[in-house]
Design a protein around this ligand. Structure first.
Ligand SMILES: [Zn+2]
Ligand SMILES: [Zn+2]
Length: 551
C-alpha cells in the first residue's frame, strides 16, 4: 500500500461543490482516498499556494496512426530547427513527455482508419505516460456506403449497419466513431470536388444527411458513451456555417460532438467574402443541448495539417507552406491528406480564423459542452495550450494580441467587445471534466473518492500562461511523473476502448466482403485483448462501460 497527501491546495473539481478554503487531497494505491487528517502517509507534498486539478484530457489530438508519421516524413527539414516543426509533430516520446509536463494525463486520436488500427494502437502505446484511445472512421468506407445505398431512403439496412459498426468498434478496439466529411472522402474518389449536406454522392446516391443520421443513431443504439464525432462537410470553405447548421438539423436531436468547429464557422460577408459566423454557430449550440463541440483554435506559426478529409486537403494544397502535400488512402476505407501550413498574424484569413475560435469559446454559454483543443497539429501544436488558456482568461492580454493582427480584423471583429474571462473552474471543465464526461470516463476528470489519481498541481500565478505551462507536480495513477517541468517517471499509459454488443450474424457477410475486396483475411482483422496489450506496450486495458441499448 502507498499513500500520498497533497497538503493545503485549492482543489478545483467542477463535479463537486466549490470549496474556497485550502484542502488536503489524499491518494491510496493510485486512487483518490479519504484519509484521516492525522493519518501518517508515505509522501506528503506542500501544495499551499497551488491549484489542484484532475489531469488534463485531450479528446481530439492526432497522435497515432499513419498521418503522424507521414507528417514527419513530409517535413524532414523542420526537425533540424530549434522549436520549429519538430514541435508540431513531435516523436511519440516527446508527445508523452510534453503533455505530462503541462499536466495532461490522457489523449485521444480522433481519426483511426480501421485497417490501420494496429499501427495506431502501437504508436499510442509507444507514447509514454498518457492514457489513450481512438475513434475509428466510418461513413466513407465502401461496405457502409453500399449498405446505406441499397437500403434506400427508408433505411432498410439500418440493423445491418448497426451490427457492422459494433463489429468495427470491437475489432479495432476503438473508443468511438468519427465521421469525416460524410460520404465526401469517397465522393472525391469519384471526382466530386464538393459534397454539401443534401448533395448526392454520384456513385452511391446517398447524402451526408443520411450518413450522419444513420451513424449517430447506430452509436446510440449500441450504447457507446461518446456520441458521433463529426468533422462536417465543407471544411475551410467560406460560408460553410450553413453546412454546419444543417448538420445539426440532420441529427434530429441525436447526441453528437462537432469537432474543430472553428474550421466550420465561416460566413461570406464583407469585401473579402470571408467573415466570422461564430455567433450563429454558438447560438445553435446554445439552443441544442444534444450538441457538444471542440474548437480547433488556430495558433500563429508553422504547423502541418493532417486530416482524413482528402477532398478538402486537395482543395487547400495550393496554400501549403512550404508548398508540398501528400494524399493517400488504404483499403478504400477513408482517406488522408497532409498539407504544411504557416498561420500568419498579418493574413486576413488567418487572423479571422484566430478570432473565430476565441469567439466560439466565449460565446457558447455551457462550458460542459465546449472542449479546449487546437486539433493538434492542424490548428497548432498542443504545446500552445497554456497560451490559449491565457487568451481565454485574460481580456487585456487578448486585446494586446488582437492589436497585432491584420488591421481590418483587429478593428472590426466582434471579439473586441466580448468581455468574458473564463474562470479557473471553467478551464477545469473544458480541459478535464467535460472531456471525461463526453467520453464516458467515470473515473477520470474529477477528484472524488475512488477516482484515478491523475492530478496536476499548478502554482497560482497572475500570468495564466506561465501557470499552466509548468505545473509544480503531475501524478499519473498516483505516481509522480513530472516535477517542475522535469519528467521523473514514465509509466506506460492504459488504453480506453468500448465493447458494444452486436449480432454476430454480420460476421458471415463481412467474411465474404473481405475475401472479395480486402487485403487482409477476416480472421486476422480483429485485435484481441492479449494483442492489444502487446501493441500498447503492456499498458492496462481500460474498457469503458456501454449504457443499455436505447432504440
Ligand atoms: Zn477532422
Ligand atoms: Zn482533427
Amino acid at each position: 500500500m502507498s499513500t500520498l497527501r497533497l497538503k493545503g491546495g485549492r482543489i478545483i473539481d467542477p463535479t463537486q461543490p466549490a470549496v474556497e478554503t485550502p484542502q488536503d487531497l489524499c491518494v491510496r494505491d493510485g486512487r483518490i482516498a479519504l484519509l484521516d487528517a492525522r493519518a501518517p502517509v508515505d509522501v506528503e507534498i506542500d501544495a499551499s499556494g497551488c491549484v489542484v486539478m484532475a489531469g488534463g484530457i485531450d479528446l481530439h489530438t492526432h497522435i497515432g496512426g499513419g498521418k503522424a508519421n507521414l507528417s514527419r516524413l513530409l517535413m524532414p527539414e523542420t526537425h533540424r530547427l530549434e522549436d520549429a516543426c519538430g514541435g508540431c509533430v513531435p516523436s511519440t516520446l516527446d508527445t508523452g513527455h510534453r503533455y505530462a509536463q503541462m499536466g495532461y494525463t490522457a489523449a485521444f486520436e480522433p481519426a483511426m482508419i480501421a485497417s490501420n488500427a494496429r499501427h495506431a494502437h502501437m504508436e499510442m502505446g509507444d507514447t509514454p505516460i498518457l492514457d489513450h484511445g481512438a475513434y475509428v472512421m466510418l461513413g466513407n468506407d465502401e461496405f457502409f456506403l453500399q449498405l446505406l445505398s441499397e437500403g434506400g431512403a427508408a433505411g432498410r439496412n439500418f440493423e445491418t449497419i448497426r451490427d457492422y459498426m459494433g463489429w468495427t468498434l470491437r475489432a479495432t478496439r476503438a473508443m468511438g466513431v468519427k465521421v469525416v466529411n460524410p460520404a465526401g472522402i469517397s465522393a472525391f474518389k469519384f471526382n466530386q470536388r464538393k459534397l454539401d449536406v443534401d448533395e448526392q454522392h454520384v456513385h452511391w446516391q446517398v447524402t451526408p444527411r443520411q450518413v450522419l443520421h444513420t451513424l449517430a443513431r447506430a452509436l446510440r443504439e449500441l450504447g457507446v458513451p461518446h456520441p458521433l464525432h463529426i468533422h462536417g462537410s465543407n471544411l475551410g470553405v467560406p460560408g460553410n456555417v450553413e453546412s454546419t447548421l444543417e448538420t445539426i438539423r440532420a441529427l434530429e436531436g441525436l447526441p453528437a460532438h462537432l469537432t474543430h468547429v472553428q474550421f466550420h464557422a465561416y460566413g461570406t460577408e464583407g469585401a473579402k467574402k470571408f467573415s466570422s459566423a461564430a455567433l450563429e454557430l454558438a447560438q445553435a449550440v446554445n439552443a441544442n443541448p444534444n450538441i457538444s463541440i471542440d474548437v480547433g483554435q488556430i495558433m500563429f506559426g508553422q504547423t502541418v495539417t493532417a486530416s482524413g478529409d482528402t477532398m478538402r486537403q486537395h482543395a487547400q494544397s495550393a496554400l501549403g507552406s512550404p508548398r508540398k502535400w501528400v494524399g493517400s488512402d488504404i483499403e478504400c476505407e477513408a482517406g488522408c491528406g497532409i498539407v504544411p501550413f504557416r498561420y500568419r498574424e498579418q493574413s486576413y484569413v488567418n487572423a479571422l480564423q484566430w478570432v473565430i475560435g476565441l469567439e466560439l469559446f466565449l460565446l457558447v454559454r455551457d462550458p460542459w459542452r465546449v472542449v479546449l483543443t487546437t486539433d493538434h497539429p492542424n490548428g497548432g501544436p498542443f504545446t500552445s495550450y497554456p497560451h490559449l488558456i491565457r487568451l481565454l482568461m485574460d481580456r487585456s492580454f487578448r486585446e494586446e494580441q488582437l492589436a497585432r493582427l491584420h488591421p481590418e480584423v483587429a478593428a472590426e471583429c466582434a471579439l473586441r467587445s466580448i468581455t468574458r474571462e473564463l474562470s479557473l473552474e471553467e478551464i477545469a471543465i473544458m480541459t478535464r471534466a467535460a472531456p471525461a464526461r463526453l467520453l464516458g470516463l467515470s473515473e477520470r476528470g474529477h477528484l472524488r473518492e475512488g477516482a484515478a489519481a491523475d492530478i496536476a498541481v499548478y502554482r497560482e500565478q497572475a500570468d495564466r500562461e506561465a501557470m499552466f505551462q509548468v505545473p509544480d507536480c503531475v501524478f499519473k495513477d498516483g505516481t509522480l511523473v513530472a516535477r517542475a517541468g522535469q519528467i521523473v517517471a514514465a509509466p506506460t499509459g492504459g488504453t480506453h476502448f468500448v465493447e458494444p454488443d452486436y449480432d454476430r450474424g454480420i460476421e458471415k457477410r463481412l467474411r465474404a466482403h473481405f475475401a472479395a475486396q480486402g487485403a487482409v483475411q477476416f480472421d486476422n482483422i480483429a485485435i484481441g485483448h492479449d494483442e492489444l496489450c502487446r501493441c500498447c506496450n503492456g499498458g492496462r486495458l481500460l474498457p469503458a462501460a456501454c449504457f443499455g441499448a436505447s432504440p
